[in-house]
Design a protein around this ligand. Structure first.
Ligand code: ADP
Ligand code: MG
Length: 447
């Protein structure tokens, strides 16, 4: 990190000499929190392009492992990026994927027609349907991880580094410690990769190893029920929500029950002593430590993630789809931008009202204390007024013309879009629409 592009290429030359004999690295195409991604062209045929993701070696091996397991399980189908090869040299891992010529979301979200929005949401839901069918939670659904080639209308979900694997693939920490090493040991060498790329039809040692690898990976998933690292914010500008936000504090209720059943103690009526004071009371110090996943990117985290509910499902990804959809309909990106989880909850409450969020907290075994009740906003009104104000602010003539085309007029968004938005942004993960259901929604299937 912090190196110039040339320094990075020199470094890759040193680490992967035979790889660089096969590929030429032409530019850096992405820099996430955990990796550098390069455009690599085959020296023998520069039209054949790949994206090579160099995972920063300080990343936890389990993070790398999870990404490989997910991509191998998903097999590059249904708008999920294909993992072609894994190359290892010491602690350095390269993931080789097809290159998706994509534009940044910030370059096009203001110009999207209703058809394009429908297409985007539909393709993202298709990717998530296949991910969720395997009981995998992506956990970092956001525009930077959903690559769109607008020219060819192709879509690809990438970056499974924060993904949460299903319990059936979880195992003990001891087993994991040895299997992490096993897993990475099997990644192919650059020579094997060269052989594979130059004769893709025959089953080379690289692809055979990769298959073995995915089997090893399947057996070697780790138990990660701990607070995970947050993802990286990206493309973040000013928040649209400058209005005063209610003050929000969350507290785990006494039973700390994760599932949908009502807790036996109504903490709403009897909050513990320390909730209003500076010290932690006896009652609270006796509670067992509660762990919850928190992985994800600020602004895209679902209420259950912000409230640190220990039981989280694939519904967290659906919330993130709702946030992206909200940005496209309102032409505001990022839509939510809060410095901490409580302010993030306050932003959500400002939009959806306090009652549904408090009900959801209750449902998930949490108690939410607010400075004041907040009425829900009408999502359609919010989106259309924000969209409209964008049109008025635009100075560029050609942009204004584009905005005024009938298909782009704010009031041309069908009401069904707002109905779907409401169902994606349902604060309650138990009633939130699923990817499969959303694909059947009239806004998507009548497109
Ligand atoms: P990180 O885990 O560091 O966020 P990502 O897998 O999200 O890494 O990749 C970072 C960026 O690299 C992406 O946002 C995207 O711009 C670019 N990128 C990743 N994979 C590809 C690909 N297959 N084709 C083109 N660009 C890619
Ligand atoms: Mg990413």
């Amino acid at each position: 990190k912090g190196k110039s592009f040339q320094e990075e290429v020199n470094f890759l030359h040193l680490q992967f000499p035979s790889l660089l004999a096969t590929f030429s690295i032409s530019r850096r195409i992405g820099e996430g929190g955990f990796s550098n991604v390069y455009l690599a062209e085959l020296r023998s045929n520069t039209k054949v392009q790949f994206a090579v993701k160099h995972i920063i070696p300080t990343s936890l091996p389990v993070r790398i492992e999870k990404e490989i397991i997910c991509l191998n399980l998903l097999k590059g189908k249904q708008n999920v990026i294909e993992l072609k090869h894994i190359i290892r040299s010491g602690p350095h891992i390269l993931l080789v994927m097809p290159f998706i010529a994509h534009e940044k979301f910030t370059h096009y979200f203001m110009k999207m027609s209703v058809c394009e929005i429908q297409d985007y949401v539909k393709n993202l839901l298709m990717a998530l349907k296949s991910v969720h069918e395997l009981d995998i939670i992506h956990r970092d659904v956001k525009p930077a991880n959903f690559l769109v080639d607008r020219w060819n209308r192709t879509y690809s979900l990438v970056d499974f580094g924060l993904a949460q694997l299903p319990p059936s693939l979880l195992k003990s920490k001891e087993e994991n410690a040895t299997s992490e090493k096993e897993q990475l040991k099997d990644a192919c060498t650059a020579d094997e990769l060269k052989e594979d790329l130059e004769s893709p039809s025959k089953q080379s040692s690289a692809s055979l190893k990769q298959k073995a690898n995915s089997r090893a990976a399947l057996k070697s998933c780790t138990n990660v029920l701990e607070v995970s690292r947050a993802g990286e914010p990206d493309d973040r500008k000013g928040s649209p929500n400058q209005q005063l936000l209610p003050i929000v504090r969350t507290q785990r209720n006494l039973s700390g029950r994760p599932s949908g059943t009502k807790p036996s103690v109504n903490v709403k009526n009897s909050p513990c002593k320390c909730f209003f004071g500076p010290y932690v009371c006896d009652e609270c110090t006796k509670k067992p430590v509660q762990y919850a996943y928190r992985a994800g990117t600020p602004g895209f985290r679902a209420p259950e993630v912000l409230m640190k509910c220990p039981f989280q499902t694939t519904a967290v990804d659906i919330w993130s789809v709702g946030v992206i959809f909200l940005s496209m309909l309102s032409r505001r990106y990022p839509f939510f931008k809060a410095p901490d989880d409580c302010t993030a909850l306050a932003e959500i409450i400002t939009l959806l009202g306090s009652q549904p969020v408090c009900d959801m907290a209750d449902h998930c075994g949490k108690h939410l204390l607010l400075s004041e009740p907040v009425c829900p906003s009408d999502l359609k009104d919010v989106c259309l007024s924000l969209r409209h104000s964008v049109v008025e602010q635009l100075n560029d003539d050609s942009e204004v013309k584009e905005q005024r085309k009938p298909e782009n007029r704010p009031n041309d968004i069908p009401d069904m879009a707002f109905d779907l938005l409401k169902k994606l942004l349902d604060p309650n993960p138990y009633t939130r629409i699923t990817a499969a259901e959303a694909l059947q929604h009239p806004f998507i299937c009548d497109a």
